[in-house]
Design a protein around this ligand. Structure first.
Ligand SMILES: Nc1ncnc2c1ncn2[C@@H]1O[C@H](COP(=O)(O)OP(=O)(O)OP(=O)(O)O)[C@@H](O)[C@H]1O
Length: 251
């Protein structure tokens, strides 16, 4: 890819030579990645490999020690870019003493939503995650999966151009998980870019492209099929093991 293309606002995310260290430990080591608009991009890697750290840098929640990141052509971090993405963190940031509806209304108001627009968005987001009948319950009475679904609904409220989902389907049953993945696909068809971290291999296969991350390095970035072909295997799980061990042998 040429330099001219890499500075284009057609890309949702451009990360160049990102390094993040904590103390003397290099958690992200020279990561470069371009995600075009409307792509469903999956970050796959074992626990502690640096997935959350990378998405925190992409959203400007954290700052890299070296390298640069652009979101929709804008250098990050930047406060005004908060409006462009919805972020569903790994741990749910919900007010336990409020109801589901009150949590949604609170976060919606932070995005400047009010009145009928807010009410309509709350209704459609709640319906998407199958929570409509539980909105008047206090969040402390929700199950883990319900809390995840409420967090997802909140991330969607302001109809962001980019959705960043850190392990969105943990604790969610297979039927609802399928519904959510179908909806993520519908969103990308409308031009929304989605970056999702997952440990679930069959979810990884549903992504347009995957970034395999291991020990802070991107060991492969391609479509799931191309990654399996490259590794000469039939599953993403095998590809991950095979490509990861090739790397260890050569490092
Ligand atoms: N603020 C921090 N201070 C020190 N170390 C950190 C900090 N944040 C992350 N780390 C370390 O960086 C490494 C990568 O963490 P990260 O949360 O990015 O991994 P992950 O791939 O998202 O893991 P998981 O799948 O378990 O969420 C871990 O070893 C973690 O302990």
């Amino acid at each position: 890819m040429t330099k001219a293309t890499e500075t284009s606002a057609d890309s949702a995310i451009i990360a160049q030579h990102i390094v993040r260290r904590f103390g003397d430990r290099t958690v992200l080591d020279d990561i470069s990645l371009t995600v075009p608009r409307g792509e469903l991009f999956g970050l796959l890697g074992p626990s502690g490999s640096g997935k959350t750290t990378l998405i925190k840098l992409i959203t400007g929640i954290d700052r890299a020690d070296a390298g640069n990141i652009q979101l929709f052509g804008e250098p990050m971090p930047q406060l005004k870019m908060l409006q462009t993405f919805g972020y569903m963190a790994q741990s749910d940031a919900l007010y336990q003493e409020l109801t589901g509806k009150e949590n949604m209304a609170f976060y919606g108001s932070l995005y400047g939503l009010k009145g009928k627009v807010l009410a309509d968005r709350m209704q459609s987001a709640a319906s998407l995650v199958n929570l409509t009948d539980h909105l008047d319950k206090q969040t402390s009475a929700y199950s883990g999966g319900m809390k995840r679904r409420l967090s997802l609904a909140i991330a969607l409220l302001h109809e962001p151009q980019l959705l960043v989902l850190d392990e969105p389907t943990v604790g969610i049953d297979p039927v609802l998980r399928k519904t959510i993945w179908n909806e993520l696909r519908t969103l990308t068809e409308k031009g929304v870019t989605i970056i999702v971290t997952t440990h679930v291999m069959d979810e990884a296969e549903k992504c347009d492209r995957l970034g395999l991350i291991r020990d802070g390095k991107l060991i492969a970035v391609d479509t799931p099929v191309a990654i399996m072909v490259q590794a000469g295997v039939h599953t993403i799980e095998e590809a991950f093991i095979s490509l990861g061990s090739e790397r260890s042998e050569h490092s």
